[in-house]
Design a protein. Structure first.
Length: 77
C-alpha cells in the first residue's frame, strides 16, 4: 500500500470493534469483542484462536467510541 506523502510509506488500516458469538463443538458458546479491519478478518481471528470453535457469528458494534472503552481483543502490531 502506498501512503500519503509524509506518512512514512504505509498508511494504517482503520480498525473496528466487533462482537462475536462462537459456537463450540458439543454444547457451549463463547462471547467476546475483537478488533479487526473487517467482519471477515474478525471471523478468521476468532476461528483461529480456539480449535474447539466450529462457527462464529460476527456483528459490528454501532457505538465504536464506547466499545473502545471496554475490554476487547486488540490487534498486535
Amino acid at each position: 500500500m502506498q501512503g500519503k506523502k509524509g506518512h512514512g510509506g504505509l498508511e494504517r488500516l482503520s480498525t473496528y470493534i466487533f462482537r462475536y458469538v462462537a459456537k463450540l463443538h458439543g454444547n457451549g458458546t463463547l462471547r467476546g469483542r475483537i478488533e479487526a479491519t473487517s467482519a471477515l478478518h474478525a471471523k478468521q481471528r476468532v476461528m483461529q484462536s480456539n480449535e474447539l470453535i466450529k462457527d462464529a457469528h460476527i456483528s459490528l458494534l454501532n457505538n465504536q467510541a464506547s466499545a473502545r472503552k471496554q475490554a476487547f481483543e486488540g490487534i498486535k502490531q
